[in-house]
Ligand binder design. Structure first.
Ligand code: TXA
Ligand code: MG
Length: 342
């Protein structure tokens, strides 16, 4: 199959691909998605094939506005409308009870479904023109870093899908925040582009699922099935180095040889004369770090780097999501310099 590159001029063609059961790369504010008709089980199955995605990892549905929620969900709590009003379109996915019309192929048999309204004008128009909720996981091959521009998605999906709509680089750069509104206390299942602090401000108490902060032990099941997989991983093993910036830079410098990759904040870029360096922005600019973290994780593939060390932001604001992606890429291989050195 030849994968076409479409632009924002091609909205009718893009919508037709979705309506005809095809696979379409779509830009969103978080990461590029691999979209298909979310009401067509056959089309949805093709998403799993193209990504090489495990069969027990459900997809989320993308809609252009909150009024579409009723089509796919029932017993929608007031909290969902409060959040939609405040944060949609935007980087927030809500887990809600699903209606029968949502196929098992989307939810992997769960009685809930993830609903998201992405903040990208082209994709919103495509979904409206198609007239159907669009199932879309991130547009990477399974296990790879999520794509934050059309070129990254083409790298992973060329020849496997009908087309990719180039909507420019993603403005947020990490995936949506996922909140489960079916548990007694709303629960954060995945940190993402909308900070936990903002959800707490809107809702009061929000619990944090265990899988967000630490690896699960064997046999433990996270509420978001995708959180159990090693993810976002470059080919070389990653170690996250946590702690104060100067200290982490010093630790990494001691480990760095010719074949070492370093992911660091801009201020420290000149401290690793031997390594292969990718910066992710100033240590003070977490939005920039979010935009660049997946690009950095991709950058070492195809080089002769055999080990990667990464500086890591703290958990405040978007830092929780950036740190989570780095730690997952590292399979939770973390050195804490404050603990390592007396
Ligand atoms: O920003 C995003 O959310 C991007 C863009 C394309 O919208 N999409 C995305 O999809 O990140 P994906 O499939 O890569 O991640 C969705 C996560 C997975 O970890 C999955 O297990 C979880 O959502 N999930 C989906 N449905 C769920 C459900 N009913 N209950 C709990 N977790 C669910
Ligand atoms: Mg993904």
């Amino acid at each position: 199959m030849k994968t076409k590159l479409l632009t924002e001029q091609d909205i009718p063609a893009a919508a037709a691909i979705l309506r005809d059961g095809g696979l379409l790369g779509i830009p969103t504010e978080t990461v590029y998605g691999l979209g298909a008709n979310g009401l067509d089980p056959e089309a949805v199955r093709h998403i799993f094939e193209a990504k090489g995605r495990p069969q027990d990892n459900p997809l989320i549905l993308h809609i252009p506005e909150a009024s579409w929620l009723e089509r796919c969900c029932h017993d929608i709590p007031d909290a969902a409308y409060v959040l939609a009003e405040k944060f949609w379109p935007g980087p927030l996915t809500m887990i809600l009870p699903r209606r029968e019309v949502v196929p098992d192929a989307v939810t992997c048999g769960l009685d809930t479904v993830g609903m998201r309204c992405p903040n990208h004008p082209v994709t919103l128009e495509i979904i409206r023109a198609a007239g159907i909720p669009v199932a879309a996981p991130s547009g990477n091959r399974s296990g790879r870093p999520s794509p934050t521009c059309a070129a990254h998605m083409l790298e992973d999906m060329d020849g496997r899908i009908d087309a990719i709509v180039d909507g420019g680089p993603c403005g947020v750069g990490v995936e949506s925040t996922i909140i489960d509104l079916t548990s007694p206390v709303p629960r954060l299942l995945r940190p993402g582009g909308l900070p936990l602090e903002e959800l707490r401000e809107a809702l009061g108490e929000v619990a944090v699922d265990k899988a967000v902060l630490a690896p699960l032990s064997a046999g433990e099941k996270p509420k978001a099935p995708g959180m159990k997989y090693r993810h976002y991983a470059p080919k070389a093993p990653v170690t996250v180095v946590a702690g104060e910036g100067g200290e982490t830079a010093r630790y990494i410098r001691q480990q760095t040889g010719e074949h070492t990759g370093v992911i660091c904040f801009d201020e420290y870029a000149d401290q690793f004369p031997n390594g292969v360096i990718r910066t992710i922005g100033s240590s003070h600019d977490i939005s920039e770090q979010a935009r660049r973290v997946f690009d950095a994780l991709r950058a070492f593939d195809g080089t002769d780097v055999t080990a990667i060390f990464a500086q890591c932001p703290g958990d405040a604001g978007l830092g929780l999501a950036v740190a989570n992606r780095l730690k997952k890429a590292a399979g939770f291989q973390i050195v804490d310099v404050e603990e390592a050195e007396p």
